[in-house]
Design a protein around this ligand. Structure first.
Ligand code: SAM
Ligand code: SF4
Length: 326
């Protein structure tokens, strides 16, 4: 069987799997406070169904997985899914994206189940601000959560900060300083105006050049190759003598579609070949009918768009990242 390639020649070896559309947070840039329709349970892929999708994709070249959501740690018994995915021949790397609130309790059991590493979102180090951005007061300390992940062996640990002008951009330096002592990779993400959250617009985006400038006030930044096993588009730098790195992810000011190596599986079993737009293929119903998925993958990849339209601000067709597995 030939490896998975899209019509632009990009080989696809990375699948992001959303296991739920629900979340215990309501981050200002991600989920509206109300009005979201949760998927009925029957429409959500079971752990067995997710594993079967991966089992059928692995022979086509799929190697790396990321479990995401919504908030994946609120789906019961996530360890079972990790264990099943880890057993699929060909799968080399399983990562988790989480808001971190449950990491102190779950880091060890997830590691034991076979999870390789975590990306944790954290937009502030100040309790009242964390609650204001997440719009939930879950009494969560991001540094404690990342320490728990590190202690469990879920390295390299990446911490993702969405920078919002006027809300948390004054904490860029505090986050960057964490990398001096800890071997963490703190990545600053440019805000994307998605879904119905249109009140967050370009004026709230802090371009990564500005973020790097602010960090340079702490010490000279040297470009770094970043953590091994990275799948993504971040650019990394290191502060003098630092144990970890800082990185920037720039969906708004630069496009990296040319090196896009990923596809997404939504919680209800749709394959999305691009984060934006409405390119979706229903895998769930054919899977439930016992039909082979390979022809559908191939067709979906043949249709994978060359690049997204976000830069032109053609934002129609966007869904909140919590729904598509950001
Ligand atoms: N709940 C998990 C978490 O927060 O990490 C996983 C899902 S979340 C949708 C995945 C990532 O998308 C997080 O790092 C989050 O900060 C990012 N994200 C969500 N909405 C975004 C937006 N409008 N702009 C930039 N990043 C966004
Ligand atoms: Fe939940 Fe993650 Fe979205 Fe925040 S970014 S609302 S934690 S899914």
């Amino acid at each position: 069987m030939t490896a998975l390639r899209d019509q632009w020649g990009r080989s696809i070896e990375y699948l992001r799997i959303s296991v739920t559309d629900r979340c215990n947070f309501r981050c200002v840039y991600c989920m509206p406070m109300e009005g979201l329709q949760w998927l009925p349970k029957a429409e959500i892929l079971s752990y067995e169904e997710i594993t079967e999708v991966v089992r059928q994709l692995a022979p086509l070249g799929l190697r790396r997985l990321r479990i995401t959501g919504g908030e994946p740690t609120i789906r019961p018994d996530l360890e079972t899914l990790v264990r099943q995915l880890k057993a699929v021949p060909g799968i080399e790397d399983i990562a988790l994206s989480t808001n971190g609130a449950r990491l102190p309790q779950m880091a060890r059991s997830l590691r034991e189940a076979g999870l390789d590493r975590v990306n944790m979102s954290a937009d502030s180090l100040r309790p009242e601000r964390i609650a204001a951005i997440a719009r939930r007061n879950v009494g969560f300390d991001p540094v404690e959560a990342a320490m728990a992940a590190e202690a469990a062996g879920l390295a390299p640990i990446k911490v993702n900060v969405v920078v919002l002008r006027g809300t948390n951009d004054d904490e860029v330096g505090d986050f960057a300083r964490l990398t001096i002592d800890r071997p963490w990779h703190v990545r600053f993400i440019e805000l994307m105006p998605v879904g119905d959250l249109r009140e967050l617009t370009w004026e709230h985006v802090v371009p990564s050049e500005e973020v790097l400038q602010r960090i340079s006030a702490i010490g000279a930044l040297v470009p770094d190759s970043g953590p091994a096993r990275g799948n993504g588009p971040a650019k990394y730098y290191r502060l003098p003598g630092a144990a970890g790195t800082v990185g920037v992810i720039t969906p708004m000011t630069h496009t990296y579609c040319g090196s896009c190596n990923r596809v997404r599986l939504t919680a209800d079993g749709r394959l999305r070949t691009c984060l934006y737009g409405d390119h979706e293929v229903n895998l769930r119903d054919p899977l439930r009918r016992g039909e082979p998925l390979e022809p559908l993958f191939r067709q979906a990849l043949a249709d994978k768009p060359k690049e997204h339209a976000l830069l032109q601000m053609q934002v129609g067709g966007l869904r909140a990242l919590s729904q598509v597995g950001g």
